[in-house]
Design a protein around this ligand. Structure first.
Ligand code: HEM
Length: 131
C-alpha cells in the first residue's frame, strides 16, 4: 500500500472516529436509545482498528516508533487516555456530570493527539508557547 493512501485512510478514520464519538456523546447526554444500537456499538471498533492498522503501517514506513520517538510515545499514551475517558464518558461514569466532564476531556485529548501528529512534537500545540 502506498504511503499517501495509508495516510489518507489514517486521517479519514481520525475524522470519522471523532465525529462518531461526539455524536455518541450527545446521545449519551440525551439518553438517546440509538446509543445502545448494535451498529453504533460495533462501528467504532471497525473504525478504530483501521485507524490503528494504518498508524502501524505509517510508523513502519517512516521508521519511527513509540518508545523510541517521543512524539509517537506521547501519541500512544494520549490515545490510551482518550480511550479511558471515552469509556467513562459513554457509560462507566456514575453521574451525567462525570460523563460530561469525561466527554469534554476526551475531545480535548483527541485535539492534543492531532496537534502532536501535525507538529511531530510531544508537546503538540503547546510547543508554540513552551520550548
Ligand atoms: C486517536 C488517535 C490518533 C489520531 C487522532 C491521529 C492523528 C493523525 C493525524 C491528523 C495525522 C496526519 C498528520 C499530518 O500529516 O499533518 C497522523 C499521522 C500519523 N500518525 Fe496518527 N493519529 C492517531 C493515532 C496514531 C498512533 C497510535 C500512531 C502510532 C503509534 C500514529 C502514527 C502516525 C504516523 C506515523 C503518522 C504519519 C506522520 C507523517 O507522515 O509525518 N497515529 N495521525
Amino acid at each position: 500500500m502506498a504511503y499517501p493512501i495509508a495516510l489518507y485512510i489514517h486521517m479519514t478514520c481520525v475524522g470519522i472516529s471523532i465525529s462518531l464519538f461526539t455524536l455518541r456523546g450527545f446521545w449519551m447526554l440525551l439518553d438517546h436509545p440509538l446509543l445502545a444500537h448494535r451498529i453504533v456499538k460495533v462501528a467504532p471498533h471497525i473504525i478504530d482498528s483501521a485507524l490503528l492498522g494504518s498508524a502501524i503501517y505509517l510508523a513502519i514506513n517512516i521508521n519511527q516508533y513509540p518508545f523510541i520517538d517521543n512524539w509517537l510515545t506521547a501519541k500512544l499514551i494520549a490515545l490510551f487516555v482518550y480511550i479511558g475517558l471515552g469509556i467513562i464518558a459513554l457509560g462507566r461514569g456514575k453521574t451525567k456530570r462525570i460523563r460530561l466532564v469525561a466527554l469534554v476531556l476526551a475531545v480535548l485529548t483527541f485535539g492534543y493527539i492531532v496537534s502532536i501528529a501535525s507538529t511531530h512534537n510531544p508537546r503538540g500545540i503547546l510547543s508554540v508557547w513552551i520550548d
